[in-house]
Design a protein around this ligand. Sequence first.
Ligand code: SIN
Length: 537
Amino acid sequence: KKRMEQHDFLVIGSGMAGLVFALRAAEAGTVAIYSKRDPRDGNTSWAQGGIAAAVARDDHASIHAADTLACGVGLCRLAAVQLVVDNGTRAIARLEEAGVSFARAADGGYELGREGGHSRRRIVHAADATGRVVIEALLARVAQHPNIRLLPQQVIVDLILDRSGTDGAGSRCLGAYVLDVESREIRPVAARVTMLATGGCGKVYRYTSNPDVATGDGIAVAWRAGCRVANLEMVQFHPTCLYHPDAKSFLISEAVRGEGGYLTTISGERLRIGHPLGDLAPRDIVARAIDREIKRRGDKHVLLHLEHLDADRISHRFPTIYETCRQHGIDITTTPIPVVPAAHYQCGGVMTDLQGRTDIPGLFAAGEVAFTGLHGANRLASNSLLEAVVMAEEAAAAAVAELPGIPMSGSLPPWDTGMATLPRETVLIDAHWDLVRRLMWDFVGIVRNDHRLALAARYLEIFRRSIESYYWDFVLDRDLIELRNLSLVAELIVRCARERRESRGLQYNEDHPERDDARYNVDTVLAPPRPREGPPL
Ligand code: SIN
């Protein structure tokens, strides 16, 4: 009989938040990082822009905080903003200690990029591949650490809770059921502390800048376990993703507009953004301007121009974008880039305190999956990697302090469904994947209205019931697990969007086009129904 896997810390997800948490927690105990695919497949690796930090001489954390608050349109939680921006310089220093080298200017200081909503140059970066450089450095550290094991191709199915002695809600997290993709086995993994660092949910939408792993798993498992979630209507659409039939989810960083790039319609007219920062206005404003123009003209995309800028500078500053566009037949130094908005970042998430604690003892969350209140109604560009580092460190410090008081659980029940005998289903699963994503794009996109949201809610309920009805009838593989999560998260996004009957930040509802501070200057918080009574463990 195999021994049950037991760890002091179980980290689910291998992006920035997961790896930073793991490195810190490993000073106090054993850590296992479960990664859904390859650890390089997460959203962090795709982050081009960089990390916002007030390191310039003309900058200060208070100015960074003011920009963050302005972008968040009244919903940012001040304590979260202060914690994160005040730790900017420290976070950059810690990443450098971990082996990351950021781009430097001729005077030896950081070469700082500029992005939408920032009143200063503030983006510390490594060309246009910041996320990839950071992840490689952190993975190298993780690989050397004797207390950390990193397991790829492991899909979380659900969290395991101790519900004994309570009325079913809020009881301790004991670990998770995890599917090993290769052996197709689902097994319980016990942990004294579980960290959700699963990233966001871009794949809920048909068009997204996110990689395939971004299916909202963390929100779904936390919700099913009994955690509250907040502000899920605040989905950030990035204004500029490459529009090309063969390009899947390729972002053209906002930093290119920071260097002088500008947007026009296909027929060459400058885009009317209607904001003093013009092409560098906050993302919600630029994305809506593009959406409006595309719909009005019946065009498929707009154009992003860099041809007027110095060709050498552009190809050196943005080597990834230059090369990827070249592979698609576009020389960005001579030809405008066709771009469209696409789902990019989830500003809401699983509610946490400022030490990453969720509603369930023993369960922490950090990074995009978590809702700390930093982003409010719209995330300021490049604040997310900063939040991931700062909050993962805070969560690790809190988890390490709690560890001595947490016993390891006894044995956990095995997963028992007789999976080997179940048939495989692909037609239904593929069809539901497409239906959910298409519906979300068409009905719950950049511009919303009450009628489309109401219809979306009805359709999504039907999809969810249908998916639930066959969930136990087929072999549980990654596609089916992700689909169940995706459809649940889609429903939660729509519920939040229907509760906010105003327009603010990323939520734009044409039936309620004005901001309504009297009624809606508050977060949209959803509490799950009481968890089903599970067997007491
Ligand atoms: C970008 O490079 O435009 C993305 C940066 C971000 O999403 O913060």
